[in-house]
Design a protein around this ligand. Structure first.
Ligand code: ATP
Ligand code: MG
Length: 224
């Protein structure tokens, strides 16, 4: 399902030299696997997730998603692969500010020419407990509510693989537990492969394997 091979990412600093934020990271996921990435702030977790989901390009190394080598693709081709196979829950939400909650969830469905986009979007917003907030704009929603809109948006297209960056980071215990149950339900019922970034070790332990990152390197890869 996902083959990450020797992924490295460098950024050029203002001084013209290079900062390595990911250093030769490799792992492999079969369809239906559950996987979590943990590590201190700044260790490269979000960067790694972005490379795996085809949102960003590696400086070196290769990535294969659902049998497609992402490195060979143009920007548009990668966007098409993402829309078809990938769900992504961003750490900073990335909702479109001029669209309501309902319209935000409808975006990826409409991109797929889904005729029942509105009904499906409503269903998912109800499942995450936002049935009474459909017409609210992102600025009219709390942080936790925005996060749940993101989760509804990511789930609505029934992705083959779900990447979630701190999916429960802004939620209280009760809402977090509900969202975690939904994520694992999706894995059990639809076979969705899960890749979670989390600071919550209890959540990480619910996945089959845990990758510990430190300073951009794999510190440990453990079976949970
Ligand atoms: N566009 C960029 N240009 C330069 N440096 C960057 C850029 N994006 C990220 N970095 C640096 O890369 C490192 C890893 O960032 P990343 O966001 O992957 O960390 P993280 O493990 O997700 O941290 P957190 O737990 O705080 O979310 C950080 O030191 C960050 O400053
Ligand atoms: Mg991060």
């Amino acid at each position: 399902m996902l083959l990450a091979n020797q992924l490295s990412k460098q950024y050029r600093t203002a001084h013209g030299d290079y900062l390595t934020v990911l250093d030769h990271v490799s792992f492999e996921l079969a369809p239906g696997d559950t996987f979590s990435i943990v590590g201190p702030s700044g260790s490269g977790k979000t960067t790694l997730l972005g490379l795996c989901a085809g949102l960003d390009r590696a400086s070196s190394g290769t990535i294969e998603l659902n049998g497609v080598k992402l490195d060979d693709l143009s920007e548009d081709e990668r966007a098409a692969v993402r829309n078809r196979y990938v769900g992504f829950v961003f750490q900073n939400f990335q909702l479109i500010p001029t669209l309501t909650a309902l319209e935000n969830v409808m975006v990826p469905l409409e991109l797929r020419n889904e005729p029942n986009a509105e009904a499906i979007a409503r269903q998912w917003l109800e499942k995450v407990g936002l049935g009474a907030r459909l017409d609210h704009y992102p600025t009219q929603l709390s942080g936790g509510e925005q996060q749940r809109v993101c989760i509804a948006r990511a789930f609505s297209t029934s992705p083959k693989i779900l990447f979630a960056d701190e999916p429960t980071g802004n939620l209280d215990a009760e809402n977090a537990a509900g969202i975690v149950d939904l994520i694992f339900d999706l894995n059990r019922t639809a076979g969705t492969t899960l890749v979670l970034v989390t600071h919550d070790l209890d959540l990480a332990r619910r996945t089959q394997r845990i990758l510990k990152l430190k300073g951009g390197k794999v510190e440990e890869l453990i079976a949970a």
